[in-house]
Design a binder for this molecule. Sequence first.
Ligand code: PAP
Length: 324
Amino acid sequence: MSSPSSVDYLRDEKLTQETRDLISSLPSEKGWLVSKIYQFQGCWHTEALLQGILTCQKHFEAKDSDIILVNNPKSGTTWLKSLVFALINRHKFPVSSGKHPLLVTNPHLLVPFLEGVYYESPDFDFSVLPFPRLMNTHMSHLSLPESVKNSSCKIVYCCRNPKDMFVSLWHFGKKLAPQETADYPIEKAVEAFCQGKFIGGPFWDHVLEYWYASLENPNKVLFVTYEELKKQTEVEVKRIAEFIGCGFTEEEEVREIVKLCSFESLSKLEVNRQGKLPNGIETNAFFRKGEVGGWSDTLSESLAEVIDRTTEDKFGGSGLRFSC
Ligand code: PAP
C-alpha cells in the first residue's frame, strides 16, 4: 500500500493485474497528496482512479439522453451536481415540497462519479440509473469513453480560475491526507500544479480541450465557469437547462433551485456537515468557503504570480481569461 490515507481513491488495494502491468510501463512521479501518480493519456492519476478510468473506457455505454458533468477537481463539482440534479428532477421533486432529496443526501451520492464508481464497483450497472442519467467525471476530453464522444449525450463542463482551484485542492488535501501533506511546502505544491503534476492535472490542458470542444460542437459541450455561476447563478442555470433540453418557463422554479443549491443552504445541512461518503471522505470536506478570489488568504503574491504567469503562457491565444 502506497498511502496511509483512509480514503479509497488514495489507496491501491483493489488493483487488477492488468492495471499493475500498465502502471509499470507508465511515467510516474512522487505526487503532492499521494506518494505516486502516473501519467496516462497526458494526465496524472492515482492508481485507483486510473483503474477506474480504464474500466470506464472499456465498459461504459453512453446513451443519447445522458448528461455528463465534467470539471477539474475542486472546480464546482458538488455545486453543479446539486444544481443539475435539482433542475432535471424539478417536477418529480419540487423544491417547494420541503422534501427534496438534496436536503437529506449529499450531492455526490445523487450523481455518480464515473471513474470512482468503476474503481469501487467495477460491475456497477449504470442502466439502473433513473432517466435521464446524470453522471460526472474528471476525465480529460481525450480520455472520455468513445461512446461519450460518439453519442449525442450532453457534456456540461465547469471551469474555475486556477488560483482558487489550487487553494481549494490544497485545503482539501490537508483534510484528506493530513499525514502526507503535513510537511509539504506550498511552494512545492504550486510548482507541481504549474507543471501539471497533481491528481487530474494538467489543469490547463483539461480546460483547453473542453473549451475547444465547446467551440467546435456547441450542441454537445456547454462551457460554464464557477465565477459566472457565482455572479449570475439564475442566468447560468437557465442556460444549462436550455442546453440539456429542459428550459424553464417559471421564474420561481429557478430561484428556488438556486437557493436550495447555494453554498449557504447546502453547507448548513446535517448531511453535509456530519456525513461520510462510502469512500471515506467526510461530506464537510466539500464545503469550505465557496468564494471567488478566496485564494488571497492562502497564496502569497509571489506564488499567485507564478500561477498567473503559467496561465498566461498556457491560455495565450485561446480567448480564455480569468478576472481574479
Ligand atoms: P470535488 O471536485 O472534489 O468534488 P468540488 O465540489 O469541485 O470538489 O470543489 C469544492 C469547492 O466547491 C470548495 O471550494 P473552496 O475550497 O474554495 O471553498 C467548496 O467550498 C465549493 N462549493 C461546494 N458547494 C458549493 C456551492 N453550493 N456553491 C458554491 N461553491 C461550492
